[in-house]
Design a protein around this ligand. Structure first.
Ligand code: SAM
Length: 272
């Protein structure tokens, strides 16, 4: 029988530390359901950030993947080394900060990223994975977030949650909320509810410079209550772009849908 995670935590002295965003999931059925979200993993490559005591790590390995993990808390390394031995040749443990790892060199292309992310670095990592060269090196993202962040990722124009993160996640990817997770699933329970988001890369719209799109949404949502005429005033060419595309400058950022932001960014890219 597989040793209960509670015992592994006790044996290695892995009491959760708030500074490292540690909220562990101990329920192996729940962990197996999370590992199943990307689809069959048999023979696939996977990458996990923040394995902690290794619950999700084991679930991914049991699903048949070869896995690279990066964990910042050195206390967890001996517990992960036991898994490395048990799943010999299928698990590589990196002791370090996920924000500093050269992922492509360590993990290779086509990996499924699966993580119960530390909340303090979750959005930074997501933006890194959504940015850069397209198609990306990863095949899918299956990530735990605070429910409110998950809602921002999938929000549509007109919703209170809609913003820069929604556009960044949706302009060349398809995100969905795959699972709601109650606070009580974690030890210790966080203050707020969580949700797992699943994201697969889509085709990149042609002729759009990602940096221009990012600047555009930063300007628009930076003053989300103001009309576009005012929030985009300082961005060269933006008011011309609104006119050329027939977008009413009296609208506000949250009413402009992802396709409209893409069209504006394409116009600005072409007329830079
Ligand atoms: N995967 C485990 C689970 O599901 O129970 C633990 C999840 S816990 C929310 C987040 C984990 O990320 C912790 O083990 C923490 O030590 C680790 N961590 C925090 N910051 C990190 C960083 N910058 N790089 C790598 N791991 C980090």
């Amino acid at each position: 029988m597989v040793e209960p995670l509670r015992d592994i935590i006790a044996r290695h002295g892995l009491q959760a530390t708030k500074a490292l965003g540690q909220n562990f999931i101990l329920d192996r059925h729940l962990l197996a359901r999370i590992a199943a979200i990307p689809g069959p993993l048999d023979g696939a490559n996977a990458y996990e950030v923040g394995p902690g005591p290794g619950g999700l790590t084991r679930a991914i390995l049991e699903a048949g993947a070869s896995l690279v993990v990066v964990e910042r808390d050195r206390r967890c390394i001996p517990a992960l080394a036991e898994l490395e031995e048990e799943f010999s040749g299928h698990l590589k443990v990196i002791s370090g900060d996920a924000l500093e790892v050269d992922e492509q060199a360590q993990v290779g292309r086509g990996a499924h990223i699966i993580a119960n992310l530390p909340y303090n670095v979750g959005t930074a990592l997501l933006l890194r994975w959504l940015g850069g060269e397209w198609r990306p090196w990863w095949a899918s993202l299956t990530l735990m977030f605070q429910r409110e962040v998950a809602e921002r990722i999938v929000a549509r124009a007109g919703s209170n949650h809609y913003g820069r993160l929604s556009v960044a996640a949706q302009w060349r990817s398809t995100p969905r909320i795959a699972m709601a997770v109650h606070r009580s699933a974690f030890v210790p329970p966080p203050k707020v509810a969580s949700a797992v988001v699943h994201i697969v890369p889509a085709d990149e719209p042609e002729g759009v410079d990602p940096v221009v799109l990012e600047r555009l949404t930063a300007a628009a949502f930076g003053q989300r209550r103001k009309m576009l005429r005012s929030s985009l005033k300082a961005m060269p060419g933006a008011l011309d772009a609104l006119e050329a595309l027939g977008i009413d400058p009296e609208r506000r950022a949250e009413t402009v849908d992802v396709d409209e932001y893409v069209a504006l960014a394409r116009y600005l890219t072409a007329n830079a």
